[in-house]
Design a protein around this ligand. Structure first.
Ligand code: GDP
Ligand code: GDP
Length: 472
C-alpha cells in the first residue's frame, strides 16, 4: 500500500459506512444510535485502482472521560499522525454543526492535509448543506453518499490530487517507506481563498503527468471493442477487474503522444458479462460507472444508425455527471451520404443537449483505423475546457455586464438581484452566485447566464454549473 488515510468526523456522519465501503468487508459495526461503542478500525482500503491503509476513528462518543475536544484529541490525533491524508466527513443533510466546525478548525491546524467529504448526499439531496461547507475553510467538499456508493469517483480524484500535492505517488507499488505520514509536509494554513470561494488549484499542476481518465461508451455494436483494440492493440492486457467496489470496471493504461491515458473499457465488461447473464442491465450500470470514473467521455455512435434515443440518454447522463463529452461517429467507411449523417448527429445533439453546445463531433473508422488521429486532440481540448478557470475579478466584470444587458426578472412583483459570484470549482467549471431570492430565479435566466458565459469565454463541450446561494 502506497499511502494511508484516516476517516474522521463527529459521530453519526457515516464514517463506519464509508470504511465498510472502502474496506469491503463488513468489519465495522454500523448502528443508528449515536453512542454505540466502537474501536478504532484499520484495514486495507480500495478505491478503483488505489490501495491504501485505512483507519476509521469512529468511537469518539464512547463515553471516555473529558470534553469532546479531549476525546477527539486522544482518539483522532494518533490516527492523524499516522496517515497521509484525512477524510473529514460531515452529514450534509444535517448541515454544518458546531462540532463539525470544531473538527474543521482542528484539522486546519493539524499537519495532516484533509479532504472535506459531504456525506448522505444521495440523489443530489442536501445541496444547500454542501455549499454551506465552504465556510469550514477546508476547500471544496467531495459530495458523497457512503451508503449508496455515489460520488466515489470524485473522492478518488480528490485523494489523488491531495496526495500529489504531498509528493506522494498514489499508484506507487508496495513500499514501506512511504506508508507513514510524510514528514516534509508543512501545516496546511487556511488561506484567505478558502473562505473567499476560491480554491487551491492543485489539479492544474498535475494535468500533464496524471493519466487522463477516458471512458469510451456507446450502445452495443457501436464499435467500442474495435476502437479500443485499434488504439491499444489486441494483445494489451486488460487490467481488471478492479478491486473492491469497482470490480466491474475495467481499465487499460495507454499512452498517447507521451501522455498517459487510462481507458475505461465498457466493452471489456460486456465480454465478461456475456459469460454470465443480464447483459443489458450490466452494460448500462457499467456505462454509468465508467462515466463516473472518467474525466472525458467519448460517446461512440454507429454511423449506419445515426444518433438515437439511447445515445442521447447516455450523452445526457455524461452531462449530468459533469464530465466532458466528445461525440465520435464510427463506421465512417460504411456510409455513403456522409454529409447527411454528420448533419443529422450535429442537429440532434444541438436540439436535445443545448448544455453542451459546441461539443466536438468527429468521424472515423475504427475497423479500417482511418481518422483515429482526430480522437485524442478532441479529447484533450474538451479536457482543458473542463478544467477552465475564470478569475473572480474577470467573472464579476462579466457578470455585471450580463446582468446589465438583460437584468434578472421580477418575480412576484419584486426584482431578483444577483450581487456577485465566483468560480468555486473546475472539472466541470462551477460558479457560485449570490442572489437575494435564489429560489425564485427562473431556469430561463440561469440558462441565459450559462449561454452568455459559454459564448463569452468560449467554453463549448463542457457542462457548466451554477449554484445559487442566498446573499444580500
Ligand atoms: P459514524 O458514527 O460516523 O461511524 O456513522 P455510521 O457509519 O455509523 O452511520 C451513521 C448512520 O448514518 C447510519 O444509520 C448509517 O446507515 C447512516 N448513513 C451513513 N452513510 C449514509 C449515506 O450516505 N446516506 C444516508 N442517508 N445515511 C447514511
Ligand atoms: P462494441 O459492442 O461496441 O464493442 O462493438 P464491436 O467493436 O464489437 O463492433 C461491433 C461490430 O461492428 C463488429 O462486427 C465490428 O467489426 C463492426 N465495426 C466496428 N467498427 C467498425 C467500423 O469502423 N466500420 C465498420 N464497417 N464496422 C465496424
Amino acid at each position: 500500500m502506497s499511502f494511508s488515510l484516516a476517516i474522521v468526523g463527529r459521530p453519526n456522519v457515516g464514517k463506519s459506512t464509508l470504511f465498510n465501503r472502502l474496506v469491503g468487508k463488513r468489519l465495522a459495526l454500523v448502528d443508528d444510535t449515536p453512542g454505540v461503542t466502537r474501536d478504532r478500525r484499520e484495514g486495507e482500503g480500495r478505491l478503483a485502482d488505489l490501495k491504501f491503509r485505512l483507519i476509521d476513528t469512529a468511537g469518539l462518543e464512547d463515553g471516555a472521560p473529558g470534553t469532546l475536544q479531549d476525546r477527539m484529541r486522544q482518539q483522532t490525533s494518533q490516527a492523524l499522525s499516522e496517515v497521509d491524508v484525512a477524510l473529514m466527513l460531515y452529514d450534509a443533510r444535517a448541515g454544518v454543526t458546531p462540532v463539525d466546525e470544531h473538527f474543521a478548525d482542528w484539522l486546519r491546524r493539524s499537519d495532516t492535509p484533509a479532504i472535506l467529504v459531504a456525506n448522505k448526499c444521495e440523489a443530489r439531496s442536501a445541496q444547500e448543506g454542501v455549499y454551506d461547507a465552504y465556510a469550514l475553510g477546508l476547500g471544496e467538499p467531495v459530495v458523497l453518499s457512503a451508503e449508496h456508493g455515489e460520488g466515489l469517483a470524485d473522492l478518488y480524484q480528490s485523494i489523488v490530487e491531495k496526495l500529489k500535492t504531498q509528493g506522494i505517488d498514489p499508484y506507487a507499488d508496495e513500499n514501506d517507506g512511504t506508508d507513514t505520514a510524510s514528514a516534509s509536509s508543512g501545516p496546511r494554513e487556511p488561506t484567505e481563498g478558502d473562505l473567499d470561494f476560491e480554491f487551491e488549484d492543485t489539479e492544474q499542476d498535475d494535468v500533464d503527468t496524471r493519466p487522463l481518465r477516458l471512458a469510451i461508451v456507446g450502445r452495443p455494436n457501436a464499435g467500442k471493442s474495435t476502437l479500443i483494440n485499434a488504439l491499444v492493440g489486441e494483445d494489451r492486457l486488460i487490467t481488471g477487474p478492479e478491486a473492491g467496489l469497482t470490480r466491474d470496471s475495467i481499465a487499460v493504461d495507454w499512452e498517447w503522444d507521451g501522455r498517459p491515458v487510462r481507458l475505461f473499457d465498457t466493452a471489456g465488461l460486456r465480454r465478461r458479462a456475456r459469460i454470465t447473464e443480464k447483459l443489458e442491465k450490466l452494460s448500462a450500470a457499467d456505462t454509468l460507472r465508467a462515466v463516473q470514473f472518467a474525466e472525458v467521455v467519448v460517446l461512440l455512435i454507429d454511423a449506419e444508425l445515426g444518433l438515437e434515443r439511447q445515445d442521447l440518454k447516455i450523452a445526457e447522463r455524461v452531462v449530468e455527471e459533469g464530465r466532458g463529452l466528445v461525440l465520435a461517429i464510427n463506421k465512417w467507411d460504411a456510409v455513403d451520404d456522409r454529409l447527411s449523417v454528420q448533419r443529422g448527429v450535429q442537429d440532434a445533439i444541438t436540439r436535445s443537449l443545448p448544455q453542451v453546445k459546441g461539443v466536438p463531433v468527429i468521424t472515423f473508422s475504427a475497423l479500417e483505423e482511418k481518422g483515429l488521429h482526430k480522437l485524442m486532440p478532441a479529447v484533450e481540448e474538451v479536457y482543458s475546457l473542463w478544467n477552465a478557470r475564470i478569475p473572480t475579478s474577470v467573472f464579476n466584470r462579466w457578470l455585471a455586464d450580463a446582468l446589465e444587458k438583460h437584468p434578472a426578472p421580477s418575480v412576484k412583483g419584486r426584482r431578483i438581484k444577483i450581487r456577485y459570484g465566483a468560480q468555486i470549482k473546475t472539472r466541470p467549471p462551477t460558479f457560485l452566485l449570490f442572489c437575494n431570492r435564489p429560489e425564485d430565479l427562473p431556469d430561463s435566466y440561469r440558462r441565459y447566464l450559462e449561454n452568455e458565459l459559454r459564448r463569452d469565454f468560449d467554453l463549448p463541450a463542457t457542462p457548466l454549473r451554477f449554484v445559487l446561494k442566498k446573499g444580500e
